[in-house]
Design a protein around this ligand. Structure first.
Ligand code: SF4
Ligand code: SF4
Length: 436
């Protein structure tokens, strides 16, 4: 069987190998038999069969332009409320990052300037049909409880006065262990969604997610999730794919189902996280990808974010399967007021106190350089077959492990290739197959 598709917007046409061979050797000066004429028309409709190279160049140019436009929609604002944490999870880079950070708590004044700057980005190309997010992030953001509560109130006041659009969702990314009644009341009244980390079932979770003194956190985390659920809070779950989680995948799925979690994200260990474990990188990548794919095949009631967005990109022929929003889609305000595009790599691009009013993250040299990770913006011709689904992986991971922000992210490449192959071949049964 042969699948023929356009690299930029794949929608495969299938034929048998014999049909394909005979098609390639057709007498192009004579009349084509009816089945080949129909086949030709289908390939032409899909932009695969072209009259001149200009058609291809124009398709590439338009796709690049559309991608640039999408990358310059800064939909997300990260506010790093605290650069430290109350936990000491084994794989976490935060303690190391915190060592190099002098001001570990974001101030109200810097946060407010950050919000204003972000709104300037949003207003440049505001789309009422898009969902925008302000994410309270850390370390552990609730170590800066006063700021969290003040900002939630400030954003509400601004929305009442129509100074901040209504279609902005608030998200708190937390380990949950500092949530008290006052914080819960704010979360509830401001309808803040909570992204909480849980690394699988108890043994896996407790082997990594611990306090400084080694006290495990699974039981307290579950109590928090149950409390949030009973209060009707929207909960998302993020899971780091530690070797323990991978080895214990079945328990992990039932844990999430029992907790009533409908949506979750599986995050492979980035940066130097994997070096804390004895697993070989290639084996780890293979196993992590298998786990994500297995979840996809099982078609469970819980959906996984990474797979979901790539399937969306594929089904909608939308060349925007971003693995990361650091290419212009997010503004990150670090705890000392610095402006960045990534909460982990933290390149300090400017500062809320000194940046010009026309500062835009997508115009910064850092973002422009990082974009060269994306297949369409690479300096060299990219032959990667799954490029339509490749979102560039994680630049910070590349930087940490290879010292080069443009190095390939092996995980992203293997994951994308695996998923792409599945998507290309899955509709096989439903489709017409030329030559049969
Ligand atoms: S809770 Fe999050 S930020 Fe804190 S140590 Fe664990 S992984 Fe790091
Ligand atoms: S570069 Fe990596 S760590 Fe930074 S925002 Fe992107 S995916 Fe996250």
């Amino acid at each position: 069987m042969v699948a023929i598709y356009h690299c930029l917007h794949p929608s495969p046409t299938f034929c048998t190998q014999d049909f394909w061979r005979s098609f390639l050797h057709s007498d192009w000066n004579g009349e084509l038999p009816p089945d080949k004429t129909v086949f030709c028309k289908e390939l032409a409709d899909k932009g695969i069969l072209i009259q001149s190279i200009d058609e291809d160049s124009s398709s590439l140019r338009l796709t690049k332009k559309a991608l640039e436009k999408k990358l310059s929609q800064t939909k997300i604002l990260y506010l790093i409320l605290a650069q430290d944490c109350n936990l000491n999870c084994h794989y976490c880079p935060v303690p190391e990052i915190a060592q190099g950070t002098q001001i570990k708590r974001l101030s109200f004044s810097s946060a407010k300037k950050g919000i204003d700057l972000w709104l300037s980005h949003v207003n440049d190309n505001y789309d009422p049909n898009t969902e925008y997010f302000i994410i309270f992030y850390g370390g552990e953001p609730l170590l800066n409880k006063t700021l969290f509560i003040s900002l939630a109130e400030y954003i509400r006041e601004q929305q009442v006065q129509h100074l901040i659009p209504e279609n902005i969702s608030l998200l708190l990314s937390t380990n949950g262990l500092l949530i008290d009644d006052e914080i819960l009341a704010t979360i509830k009244s401001r309808k803040i969604a909570v992204m909480i980390a849980i690394d699988g079932a108890k043994p896996a979770h407790d082997s990594s997610r611990v306090y400084e003194d080694g006290t495990p956190t699974y039981d307290s985390t579950i109590r928090v999730i149950e409390k949030l659920r009973s209060e009707g809070i929207i909960i998302y779950c993020s899971t780091s794919l530690t070797p323990e989680v991978i080895s214990d995948a079945q328990d992990f799925r039932s844990t999430l189902l029992n907790l009533g979690i409908e949506k979750f994200g599986l995050n492979y260990l980035k940066g130097k996280g994997l070096k804390k474990y004895s697993w070989n990188t290639s084996i780890y990548i293979h196993e992590a990808v298998e786990l994500i794919m297995k979840n996809f095949f099982q078609k469970s009631d819980i959906s996984e974010y990474q797979v979901e967005k790539k399937i969306y990109a594929y089904e909608n022929q939308d060349f925007f399967p971003v693995d990361c929003t650091c290419y212009g889609n997010q503004l990150v305000i670090l705890s000392d007021g610095s402006i960045s595009n990534c909460p982990f790599a933290q390149p300090k691009i400017s500062n809320v106190d000194s940046c010009r009013a026309d500062f835009r993250i997508w115009n910064s040299t850092v973002v422009q350089d990082w974009r060269k990770r994306l297949p369409l913006f690479k300096d060299v011709l990219n032959l990667y077959k799954a490029k339509s689904l490749c979102g560039g992986g994680c630049a910070w991971n590349a930087l940490e492990n290879y010292g080069d922000v443009l190095a390939e992210d092996e995980f992203a490449q293997e994951f994308t290739t695996r998923l792409f192959n599945e998507l290309i071949w899955t509709p096989l049964n439903k489709s017409h197959i030329y030559g049969l």
